[in-house]
Design a binder for this molecule. Structure first.
Ligand code: DUC
Ligand code: ZN
Ligand code: ZN
Ligand code: ZN
Length: 484
């Protein structure tokens, strides 16, 4: 059965043009005028774009004494409803668990996925087994990214020596390290002080993780990556201090990628103040929401290209789960949802306001991500031979975001009440229609794992450090006699 999408305008990261798109066997087989096929999808008045890729989600993840509430079924369904056709989830090995065992556990969660997925592997400790397994993960398992938590002390956090060792290993293997950049020691210290002073509400979560904590860690990770000669991907860049460090590194020629979240771009710290406990706690995530100046910095970074992509860090918890932290903000499960809303929100607040062009929108929601994570042009492209992961985007469809009509299984939505204009008419996953306007036609189990091969060449940062202090043997005479 072939399909053709007719009468639409194709929008890619660099081109906007009118053409039909023909699909067969799950891939794009032809692009051009007047194509015919067994089935026609009408795209009159719409844009045909590569489906969104969310590079950062946590589905059914064990975390802070519970599990994130959306699994691979509801999470991918939510994504498809909002035009996102692929997610990359984080595999988190438990204390002393082998990476391969953890990967098997993660793989077991995916049998009902409606859309394609991939994994980042987290490095949560360092020993010889981890060193060895990293090679298997990259070369046999098709995962070329390793995540490092610089926060969550006593749980997921790695120290600088562990992180530096892992970065060097990534350089050897052609893998890309990722960092959650917050100074975990400082967060732990500020958390203890706030609690001791009786600051136990959700607003104290934001006080415990100010922008400086993120800026310091971002800069530290960049310097370590530079010394290891490896590029770096900084997840959930939320503030000017972190963005500044990324800008500076890129300006020096380093390949450092920053990923703001749609939540940080559109919601600010006022969500934590003058609101009831549930409202504030539902918005507790790390890093926390920031003020207007930080939001402006993130938008500027997307425009100028110093920030590369927009994600969600979708890690949804129900109100009941959030209430684990009544009386102690440090026990509120960290995380917010956004998978269904990322594209409509970014279109509404980015494209409709003139902050982003349509092509920039495609770049930061799909194409840049596919390139950085090494799966382009299988994903992230409208191109003959690419997977037909497509969204037929209707710029005139609008709705009011509401938990009542969302796909996510939680009982609220952090964007509740926001009016969005720009929504999918169709979402296709490998050529199959998963969403037709508000009708959900997803198929459980359709989603497949996407392998991501090692980078062909390790990206060397243009470090001057190496030139200055690379070990150099010195023929020296006149060495004083030892032993006194
Ligand atoms: N931040 C969150 O808010 N949730 C999941 C993990 C993280 O880093
Ligand atoms: Zn994180
Ligand atoms: Zn995350
Ligand atoms: Zn299928």
């Amino acid at each position: 059965m072939s399909k053709v999408i007719k009468n639409g305008t194709i929008v890619t990261a660099d081109l906007t043009y009118k053409a039909d798109v023909k699909i067969e066997g799950g891939v794009i087989v032809e692009i051009g005028p007047n194509l015919s096929a067994d089935e026609v999808l009408d795209a009159t008045g719409c844009y045909i774009m590569p489906g969104g890729i969310d590079p950062h989600v946590h589905l059914e993840m064990p975390f802070m004494g519970t599990y994130s509430a959306d699994d691979f079924e509801s999470g991918t369904r939510a994504g498809l409803a909002g035009g996102t056709t692929m997610v990359v989830d984080f595999c988190l090995p438990g204390p002393d668990q082998s990476l391969l065992e953890a990967l098997q556990m993660w793989d077991n969660k995916t049998s009902r996925a409606n859309a394609d997925f991939s994994f980042h592997m987290a490095i949560t400790g360092w020993n010889e087994r981890v060193f060895d397994e990293m090679k298997t993960i990259v070369q046999d398992k098709g995962i070329n990214t390793f995540k490092h938590f610089m926060a969550y002390k006593g749980a997921l956090m790695v120290n600088d020596d562990e992180m530096f060792a892992s970065f060097q290993r990534c350089a050897e293997l052609g893998a890309l390290p990722l960092v959650h950049a917050e100074n975990g020691d400082v967060v732990a210290s500020m958390t203890a002080k706030l609690l001791a002073e009786g600051n136990n509400g959700p607003e104290a979560h934001a006080y415990s993780r100010p922008p400086e904590v993120e800026g310091e860690a971002t800069n530290r990770a960049i310097m370590l990556a530079d010394m290891a000669g490896v590029p770096l991907y900084v997840v959930h860049t939320s503030c000017e201090q972190a963005h500044e460090a990324i800008r500076r590194a890129r300006q020096k020629g380093m390949r450092v990628y920053g990923e703001p979240l749609i939540q940080h771009l559109t919601l600010d710290e006022s969500e934590y103040f003058n609101q009831d406990w549930d409202h504030a706690a539902r918005r507790v995530m790390s890093p926390p929401f920031r003020n207007k100046q930080h939001q402006d910095s993130l938008w500027a970074g997307l425009q100028a290209g110093s920030l590369s992509c927009v994600a969600t860090d979708h890690c949804a918890f129900t109100t009941e789960q959030k209430r684990f932290g009544v009386g102690n903000f440090a026990k509120i499960p960290n995380g917010t949802g956004g998978l269904e809303d990322r594209l409509p929100m970014l279109w509404t607040y980015g494209v409709n306001t003139g902050r982003l062009t349509m092509n920039e929108f495609v770049a930061v929601t799909s194409t840049n991500i596919a390139k950085i994570l090494n799966m382009y042009p299988k994903k992230g492209a409208v191109m003959v031979g690419a997977d037909a992961d497509l969204v037929v985007w209707d710029p005139n469809r609008s709705k009011t975001i509401s938990a009542k009509s969302q796909q996510s299984s939680i009982d609220y939505n952090v964007f509740e009440g926001k009016e969005v204009k720009g929504l999918p008419r169709y979402t296709l996953t490998r050529g199959e229609v998963a969403i037709e306007e508000s009708t959900v036609k997803t198929k459980e189990g359709h989603g497949k794992f996407v392998r991501r091969e090692p980078f062909q060449a390790v990206n060397k940062a243009l470090s001057t450090w190496k030139e200055l202090v690379a070990p150099r043997k010195v023929e020296r005479t006149g060495i004083p006699a030892t032993g006194v």
